[in-house]
Design a protein. Structure first.
Length: 219
């Protein structure tokens, strides 16, 4: 019997029809996957929701799941965020069937992010059953080749900088209506962001204290 998933990297991948450079997007995704696979421990899953299957010929493995979106591509520039949210819901409903009764950690990544090799190790060892946020990180400009270090409030720049604990019942069910389940998943993430800036709450975010270098790199 397969062990329940405890940590998931969730990636919503852009549709080819609205991508300005499909080859670059695929190359960035492959780099993100290789970054994750540099982890100091291997008990995680990478789940990618997409419309067209990206070229992962040389790096496909048992730690990787590709979910093809059953809904139409969003071509309206003002609604690109809706595509990402719906793909997160797709990942959430897939994950609900594979986590333990207590829940699991989920980190939403973009397909051009790089992560610290001890991230999973720290989170699963500390296991606060709430959330973690990256206070520091790097931003890399692929055009100018400049690397900028952010030593504080990295989360104000990079949206994919936190790890959320989801109970099984928090995750959307395939039988849930589309509107309700999307709202359920996104509101839980928003609530955890709000808790980070609210004083006196019982379970605030934590930054990974044992890391000697930033947790994230944003290309």
């Amino acid at each position: 019997m397969q062990e329940p998933i405890r940590f998931t990297f969730a990636i919503s991948f852009i549709p080819r029809d609205v991508c300005s450079n499909w080859e670059t997007a695929q190359a960035n995704l492959r780099r993100t996957i290789r970054s994750i696979r540099g982890m100091s421990r291997s008990d995680y899953r990478i789940v990618i929701a997409c419309h067209e299957l990206p070229d992962l010929t040389d790096i496909h493995g048992s730690d990787l799941e590709l979910l093809q979106a059953p809904f139409a591509i969003e071509t309206d520039l003002m609604r690109r965020g809706a595509d990402k949210i719906r793909k997160r819901r797709l990942i959430g409903s897939w994950l609900r069937e594979r986590v333990g009764e207590e829940g699991a950690y989920v980190m939403f990544l973009d397909a051009d992010d790089l992560v610290h090799r001890r991230l999973v190790e720290h989170v699963l060892h500390d296991d606060n059953r709430h959330s973690y946020i990256a206070e520091a990180g790097y931003i890399f400009d692929s055009t100018t080749k400049l690397l900028e270090k952010r030593v504080a409030r990295f989360y104000a720049t990079c949206g994919s900088c936190f790890v959320c604990w989801f109970r099984k019942e928090d995750l959307p069910s395939p039988s849930t209506t589309r509107t309700a389940s999307i709202l359920n998943l996104t509101c839980i993430v928003s609530l955890r962001i709000w808790r980070h800036s609210s004083a006196g709450l019982r379970k605030p975010f934590r930054s990974p204290p044992s890391f000697t270098s930033p947790t994230m790199a944003k290309a």
